[in-house]
Design a protein around this ligand. Sequence first.
Ligand SMILES: [Zn+2]
Ligand SMILES: [Zn+2]
Length: 326
Amino acid sequence: MQENLPKMPPQAKCTRCRARASVSLPSHNSRFCTACFLHFFRTAVTRGIKKAGPEKETPLMVAVSGGKDSLTAWAVLDDLGFETRGLHLNLGVEGYADASRQAVAGFAASRGLPWSEYSLKQEFGFSLPEIYDILHYKICAVCGKLKRHFLNRLTAREGYPCLATGHNLDDEASRLLGNLVGDRQEFVKRQYPFLPSPHPAIPARFKPLYRLEIKEIREYCRMQDIHPVQGSCPYATGATSHYFREALEYLEEKMPGTKRGLLFNYLRKPKELGFSGGFTPCRICGEPSLPETCPVCGLKKRVQDMEAKRNAQNRNLKKSDSKHTN
Ligand SMILES: [Zn+2]
Ligand SMILES: [Zn+2]
């Protein structure tokens, strides 16, 4: 997979101002100098907000993992004059969690922006490695579900009406392809870049970078001197979303513009947004939920049951060991 934007011939000119170009964007059939690239980048975000997005006065919580996408989303929203606060959920992955936290702290300090930190262990009772140790499977799906719910809850708890996340064009297009292939209509419906709040205790969700590709975000980070955490989560291997991403990357190479075509054609369709059915308080934690028990409490029960079963098995093993040795 091609990781960066193509190199520029020295005589190449900026499509917008005719100065020397430093970036080539084949899917836009354009080349830009640094100033015009930054203009292009911010315009892509404001265009998205104009189509559907929060009002300028809306204070935004920005979910920040410390990766390039979330820090870039935070930077652009700050540049555009939104009132923002970072929200970091520490997953407790050894080494990676500290590096992620440092990237968030460094970025926030460089701009004097406020942020809050929470830990999955404290909120849920188990860190991500502990959950993996007990469940052993589908950890990316479990992690995605937990992040979605806790980021919503923490945003509401801090009194913010809207949560912005760093999902980019590549994330959205590959997820759409996966959902269409699997005919998961419930998820397809929730793919819009702005979802209004469906309940007073659930914030609106907003993806400011949905019109921008990974390569463009990487270039923006470089130009703006943003230092995201390096590498990726050690638990992220083997997620099926990678295959859809690679397939789209292949199509994009043969036919530049395929990714944005897929996503934007879909978004142009008449919307039937969000959730069918009403929310009731979860019978365990009281958070608004569609099923009687919310997905977080359901998952917690499963992890606790598996843990109890494992502990019982270990006790039995120890007992039979000590019988043999006595
Ligand atoms: Zn220019
Ligand atoms: Zn619950």
